[in-house]
Design a protein around this ligand. Structure first.
Ligand code: GLA
Length: 376
């Protein structure tokens, strides 16, 4: 019996109807392009959130988490509203709210997760996507995975109030093992692109700097607004529609740099996809990743000293490329490195962080893993 199932029995007195899992993600390339109708290329992590779920008949919803303080958050289905409940329970609650016409009897949900929180690895999307898949299996089998992406996104945007795009939810629900997901966020066209790092003697190291992206909400929303403003000034529906950086000349300094990040980042996604589709050496994507970091640091201005130090240190130690990932203002970096240099490069980062007086980073190799699935 899984830990989630056992804990569910202890909290709720009977077993769940099933247990579902959904992964966190790292984005290989394509950062802050999703809300600009652009391209992304994430992989799912082996780390997952698990949801043990059972329907009820008393019209109440109950949420428990093995990562929380142990308290069960319980309310009636009718009381669900944006912001109620708040905190971690808001994520599963938003998904229940989105399907509440089919859940009049209520539902009990116990969550367990090993996706690092605050690391820019989509711990929140892992929660909402595990719950979305569970509820779809139980009460909404007519919903497609694409519908579940929308359900999970709405939970974060409208119920929790985090203005994210659809990168994280798409990665968690649509990724497959061994592949990166090339997604056009405008028409939602998706392609599984093989990413055989091990076969090429490579590792994709994740370095969690341990600096939680506490300012992410404010800063993220600011960047989103700046991108929308830039598109409006240029007279295009979204920055996706700008053909190249030369077309940005009419913008002033800040909007020019924000827009230039998005335009060049979309081109970098296409460049990486071209290399991988052609079966080329994945080492070739290293410099593209590093260029993405420079753009996020200088044009989008969402990096941190810890992330910059990490990228600089690993490149000096022989990594093929590195960049910060996720929403920014903290969180993690990815490093493309020869498998036989993994330990040496990891040691370089750990030593450099110690020398700078930064907290010790958490590191682990990312393997392109499976998307959301039913476990039992
Ligand atoms: C966060 C958001 C995503 C995406 C990334 C940046 O992870 O949740 O929608 O915008 O930042 O690429």
């Amino acid at each position: 019996m899984s830990r989630a199932e056992q804990a569910f029995r202890e909290r709720f007195g009977a077993g769940p109807e099933g247990v579902w899992a959904a992964p966190g993600r790292v984005n290989v390339i394509g950062e802050h392009t999703d809300y600009n109708d652009g391209f992304v290329l994430p992989i799912a992590l082996p780390h997952t959130a698990r949801a043990a779920v059972a329907r009820r008949t008393d019209g109440r919803v109950a949420f428990a988490s093995l990562q929380g303080d142990g308290a069960v958050v319980e309310l009636s289905v009718d009381e669900l509203a944006p912001g109620t409940p708040d905190g971690w329970a808001g994520y599963p609650a938003g998904v229940v709210d989105g399907l509440k016409s089919r859940l009049a009897g209520g539902v009990s949900i116990l969550l367990d997760s090993d996706v690092p929180v605050g690391a820019g690895l989509s711990s929140s999307a892992a929660l909402t996507c595990a719950v979305a898949l569970a509820l779809a299996d139980l009460v909404a089998p007519d919903l497609s995975r694409a519908d579940l992406v929308e359900l999970a996104r709405r939970s974060e945007n409208e119920f929790v109030g985090a203005p994210t795009g659809i990168l994280d939810q798409s990665a968690s629900l649509l990724c497959t093992a061994g592949n990166a997901l090339f997604l056009d966020t405008r028409d939602r066209g998706a392609e599984q692109v093989p990413l055989d790092l091990a076969g090429a003697g490579l590792e994709l190291l994740v370095v969690d700097t341990g600096t939680p992206h506490t300012h992410a909400d404010g800063g993220y929303g600011d960047r989103r607004r700046e991108c929308e403003q830039a598109a409006e000034r240029l007279g295009v529906p979204a920055l996706r529609d700008v053909p190249d950086a030369a077309a940005l000349a009419s913008l002033d300094d800040v909007l020019l740099r924000r827009a230039r990040h998005v335009v060049t980042e979309n081109a970098r996604v296409l460049q990486v996809v071209d290399v991988l589709r052609a079966g080329g050496d994945p080492r070739e994507i290293g410099p593209v990743l590093t260029a993405g970091h420079v753009s996020l640091r200088d044009d989008f201005e969402i990096s941190t000293p810890e992330l910059d130090t990490c990228v600089e240190a690993v490149l000096a130690a022989g990594a093929h490329g590195a960049r910060m990932v996720g929403g920014g203002f903290g969180g993690s970096a990815i490093v493309l490195v020869d498998a036989d240099r993994l330990d040496a490069v990891t040691t370089v980062v750990v030593d450099r962080f110690a020398a700078e007086g930064y907290a010790a980073p958490r590191t682990f190799p990312a393997v392109p893993s499976a998307g959301a699935r039913r476990l039992s």
